[in-house]
Design a protein around this ligand. Structure first.
Ligand SMILES: Cc1ncc(COP(=O)(O)O)c(C=O)c1O
Length: 430
């Protein structure tokens, strides 16, 4: 069947270019192919015309909340020749990735891996493995990411308790402790970098509260890793995950995650199997060489090129150093805030220290349609910025300057584009 389809596609191409197709002795070969096509083809759906055109990808400035532009060095790493996902060299690369994540997370946890999948894969892996159906979980919601995790937990049958604040607001440790006392959850979720609202949530002390009440502390750093300080071990975070495509600057599709001993104890002493086979840490810990067994066995085929790129992005972070990366994000964000205020724009998160350095949120200026402004900026400046997400839709516009993109020159470009949009999109319908 496949062979016939290939013949048929070849014949179609031959049809289109028959004048140019000649055999080694100058004889036209197209008629032969065409005859082959008529006699052999059993397909009723022709090859789509779009698939016969070359791939086109525009160059864009990705100044939204992610993905971010990927530097040439990481793109080059991702385009290296494929090797087998179970080859010893691949295990070496995976071991390097593990060490790179341990550095980025500031953890010595052995159970540290990268998911084959985007940030959502890590979210599901964390919840599916550490929570059993019927168990109580507490989710801090101050933007979309808490909502998302609550839905994931509900789908696997957890008893979900929501603590809700408007986007951009934060929870005090006292509020968190009160809610833990009330609901007695096995797990608390908090987004460190709430990218839908532009908030960087304080984390200090929450891990200790969780320990006191025998609850695991799960933290999302998809949008903050490399941009704002996080110390998994020192801050007593039990499960931490991130994504590849934000400040790490790798392509989307891989997601670092780490579990400490408390989390491992809970997830490897379950009564039920996790609902997902692909995300089952019993298998993944073996695939990543974290279970102490001498042999790694096939579980799934990891995204080999994605892992090459992730390794390179973690290598860049290690060479540069976390402190320098955090400082750079802070400095460029401060520069951007000044420029935005000079344009008369209002920053959405009032407390400067709580703003997420990688993703800045602006309150939508009165008298403007944010969609029109963003479309204008894309059309005239080739720059992606975005609106809100989930509960912050209609409240904010978001500018992301992360990792490779985190430069004052890029902040200037974003400010120039915004100034132009403010001039030309004025008084549109709100
Ligand atoms: C804070 C946060 N968590 C989770 C995610 C989900 O990541 P992904 O889109 O890679 O699945 C994102 C993506 O924007 C995010 O910003």
């Amino acid at each position: 069947m496949m062979q016939r389809a290939l013949f048929s596609r070849g014949a179609l191409l031959a049809q289109q270019t028959s004048a140019a197709l000649e055999g080694p002795l100058g004889a036209k070969s197209a008629p032969v192919l065409l005859r082959l096509d008529r006699s052999m083809s059993s397909v009723t759906i022709p090859p789509p015309a779009c698939m016969l055109r070359p791939l086109e990808v525009p160059l864009r400035y990705l100044f939204g909340p992610g993905p971010s532009n990927v530097p040439p060095r990481i793109l080059a790493a991702g385009s290296r020749p494929i090797i087998g996902h179970l080859h010893p060299e691949m295990y070496e690369i995976m071991n390097d990735i593990k060490k790179g994540i341990q550095y980025a997370f500031q953890t010595e946890n052995n159970m540290t891996i990268a998911m084959s999948g985007s940030g959502h894969a890590a979210m599901e892996c964390a919840v599916f493995n550490t929570v059993e159906p019927g168990e109580s979980v507490l989710i801090a919601i101050n933007g979309i990411w808490g909502e998302r995790v609550a839905e994931i937990a509900e789908r696997m049958g957890a008893n979900v308790h929501r603590m809700v604040k408007t986007p951009g607001r934060y929870f005090t440790n006292t509020e968190i402790e009160q809610a833990i006392k009330k609901h007695k959850p096995v797990l608390l979720f908090l987004a460190h970098g709430e990218s839908s609202a532009g908030l960087c949530h304080p984390v200090d002390g929450i891990g200790d509260i969780c320990r006191k009440h025998d609850c695991l502390f799960l933290v999302d750093t998809v949008a903050s890793l490399g941009a704002a300080p996080i110390f998994m071990d020192k801050q007593n975070i039990d499960i931490l995950y991130s994504g590849s495509q934000k400040a790490l600057n790798a392509p989307p599709g891989t997601a670092p995650i780490s579990f400490n001993d408390r989390a491992c104890h809970k997830m490897f002493n379950r009564k039920t199997k996790p609902v997902s086979y692909l995300f089952d840490m019993t298998h993944l810990s073996n695939y990543w060489g974290c279970d102490g067994k001498p042999a790694r066995v096939y579980h799934h085929t990891g995204p080999v090129s994605g892992f090459f790129a992730l390794r390179e992005s973690l290598a860049i972070l290690a060479e540069r150093g976390l402190e320098e990366s955090w400082e750079k994000h802070k400095e460029v964000a401060a520069y951007l805030y000044r420029g935005l205020e000079d344009l008369g724009l209002k920053l959405f998160v009032p407390e400067r220290d709580l703003r997420l350095p990688s993703v800045t949120t602006i309150a939508i200026p009165e008298g403007y349609d944010w969609r029109e402004m963003l479309t204008y900026i894309m059309k005239h400046h080739c720059i992606e910025m975005t609106g809100g997400l989930g509960p912050s839709i209609g409240m904010v516009m978001r500018i992301g300057l992360m990792g490779y993109n985190c430069e004052k020159t890029n902040a200037d470009m974003a400010l120039h584009a915004l100034a132009d949009a403010l001039k030309n999109c004025k008084k549109s319908k709100a």
